[in-house]
Design a protein around this ligand. Structure first.
Ligand code: ZN
Ligand code: ZN
Length: 233
C-alpha cells in the first residue's frame, strides 16, 4: 500500500478562496496529490449578522446555499477522479468567530450549524459519519492571531473529542498537538495558489473516503510532509 499525499483544508470561491473548485482540482491534480478536501467557511449567525449590518458581508456558504454547494462538490469529485484519479472529499470549515473556534467537518452530507458548542458540532459530524478536525489551535505566524483561541484554552478537555487536530497549518507547526494524546494531520488552509507550498498530510491507506476517514481516526499510519513544489509523482 502506498502513502497518500493529502490536504484536508482548502477554500475556494464558494467562500474567501481565490480559486474556483475547478482551478483547485487542476492545481492539486497536476501536482500529483491523491486526496483533497474542499472546506469552505460556514459562519456563525452572530458574526454573519454583524458583518451584514456593517455592509461588509463575509464570504461563506449559507444554510440556504449548502445543498447546491454539496452538489457542486460531488460533481467536482467525479471530475477529479476521472481526470486525475484524485479523491475529493466535501466538507466545511465551521467558523465560529463569536465563540472563537474553527473546525473542519469532513465528508458531511447535511448542513451543520456553527452556532452550538464544540462538543455538539463534533456529535453532529459523527452522526453523519463525518470526521471532525480542530483547526490551527495556536496563534499563526502569518496573522499573529488565534481565531481558534477557545480550542487552545480548552485543549486538555477537547483533546480526545476531535478525530484529529491540525499539528501544522500552512507554514506553522504547533507543538501542543504533537503531544502523544492528540491525533493529528497537517493542512495548507489553501486560499490562493502560493498556499500550495505548505505542510501536508501523508496517510497510508486505500484511496477511498471510508479508508481515509478511518486512517485519520486511528491515526496510526500518518506523517507530515512539507510540499515545496513540482510533481510528486
Ligand atoms: Zn480557520
Ligand atoms: Zn481555513
Amino acid at each position: 500500500m502506498e502513502w497518500l499525499y493529502c490536504d484536508f483544508h482548502i477554500h475556494t470561491t464558494w467562500s474567501d478562496g481565490r480559486c474556483s473548485v475547478e482551478e483547485v482540482i487542476e492545481l492539486y491534480g497536476e501536482a500529483g496529490f491523491d486526496v483533497i478536501a474542499i472546506t469552505d467557511h460556514v459562519l456563525d449567525s452572530e458574526t454573519a449578522k454583524a458583518s451584514e449590518l456593517q455592509g461588509k458581508r463575509i464570504p461563506a456558504v449559507s444554510e440556504e446555499d449548502f445543498p447546491v454547494y454539496i452538489d457542486d462538490l460531488r460533481r467536482a469529485a467525479r471530475f477529479a477522479r476521472e481526470r486525475y484519479g484524485m479523491l475529493l472529499i466535501p466538507g466545511v470549515e465551521i467558523t465560529n468567530d463569536t465563540s472563537r473556534f474553527h473546525m473542519l467537518c469532513l465528508d458531511i452530507k447535511e448542513y451543520i450549524s456553527p452556532d452550538p458548542d464544540v462538543e455538539t458540532i463534533i456529535e453532529n459530524t459523527a452522526k453523519q459519519q463525518g470526521v471532525s478536525v480542530a483547526c490551527h489551535p495556536c496563534p499563526r505566524s502569518h496573522s499573529g492571531q488565534n481565531p481558534s483561541a477557545y480550542l487552545w484554552e480548552n485543549h486538555e478537555r477537547l483533546a480526545g473529542r476531535f478525530d484529529a487536530w491540525e499539528v501544522a497549518n500552512r507554514d506553522d507547526l504547533f507543538s501542543v498537538v504533537g503531544l502523544k494524546k492528540f491525533n493529528y494531520i497537517a493542512n495548507s488552509d489553501f486560499h490562493e495558489e502560493k498556499h500550495l507550498l505548505s505542510w501536508k498530510t501523508l496517510l497510508r491507506c486505500e484511496k477511498n473516503s471510508e479508508a481515509v476517514k478511518e486512517a485519520i481516526r486511528s491515526n496510526e499510519r500518518v506523517s507530515l510532509f512539507l510540499y515545496r513544489g513540482g510533481r510528486i509523482r
